[in-house]
Design a protein around this ligand. Structure first.
Ligand code: SAM
Length: 262
């Protein structure tokens, strides 16, 4: 395990476990082995989707943890300013508050106990857990060792469900957010995966040479897929997305925008 050097045998341990982006079958053997060492799972309630996502985490534990007792500690996510005058400082302030909470959770572990953060998809992608843990390590107030277990991200799920490779031969893939592609793909980008797009930014792109491969609730029973020329699909995806969001109370969707080449 990486982190601070163990100073005593009974050091607290933390696993940051990627649980895959929706289907309990996405979990890896390495994740199952880690789950089976955790005494306390820390769950941060957040967003409209929280009930479904907390439920999925508990289902994963019930299904994969054998003959061992564990407990869940649920805490409320600190409120976040969604309309800040400056985006990055607002996010940093929010991460500080979350670091305080995570630090207390880690501190609450008994000597030698193991804590687990169950991260949706993969911890390396649009998730703040690792940045927050770095902050806690830098503060140095609580000593622990930690390990990161990769998971199947929404991006891999999207590619698999559409049966496509993300890159063209020798090409690059750009991973970004809806906010960043509003108005058009950067000139040197031919393949872009877009996440965290609550506003259907694809609608703002008027380019007959672009195809979209879209997926919502990937890996779950509610999964919806659509693909084709962006100009033909955009309105229909927006309509289907709005309907599904109304029906389920929340939505998570990801898409690839691909510039057609001869
Ligand atoms: C906070 S990010 C977390 C990403 C996650 N760490 C991963 O590896 O997929 C949330 C975004 O991931 C995407 N996402 C996560 N799960 C998804 C799913 N099952 N179907 C479609 N998109 C999903 C959406 O773009 C959503 O806005």
């Amino acid at each position: 395990m990486q982190g601070r050097e163990p100073q005593e045998a009974a050091m607290r341990r933390i696993f940051v476990i990627g649980i895959g982006a929706g289907n309990p079958d996405y979990i890896t053997v390495q994740a199952i082995n880690a789950l089976n060492q955790v005494d306390v799972f820390f769950v941060m309630d957040k967003g409209e989707e929280k009930d479904d996502l907390v439920r999925l985490r508990k289902d994963i534990c019930e299904r994969y943890i054998k003959d061992r007792s564990y407990r869940f500690v649920e805490t409320a996510d600190p409120p976040r300013d969604r309309t800040p005058s400056s985006y990055e400082p607002a996010v940093r302030a929010w991460h500080e508050q979350r670091a305080d909470i995570y630090e207390r959770l880690i501190e609450s572990l008994g000597d030698g106990e193991c804590g687990g953060f169950l991260v949706w998809g993969d911890p390396s992608l649009y998730d703040s857990t690792l940045r927050i843990i770095d902050q806690i390590v830098a503060r140095g107030r609580v000593t622990f060792a930690y390990e990161v277990i990769p998971g199947i991200s929404a991006i891999q799920a999207l590619a698999a469900r559409h049966r496509i490779a993300l890159n063209r031969i020798g090409g690059s893939v750009h991973i970004t957010t809806g906010r960043k592609i509003a108005g058009g793909l950067p000139k040197d980008v031919d393949d872009a995966v877009v996440m965290l797009d609550g506003d259907c930014a694809f609608k703002t792109i008027d380019d007959p040479e672009i195809d979209i491969y879209w997926g919502a609730y990937l890996g779950t029973k509610d999964e919806i897929l659509a693909s084709g020329p962006l100009g033909e699909q955009a309105n229909e995806i927006e309509r289907v997305r709005a309907e599904a969001k109304k029906r389920n109370g929340w939505i998570m969707d990801t898409y690839l925008l691909r510039r057609r080449k001869d």
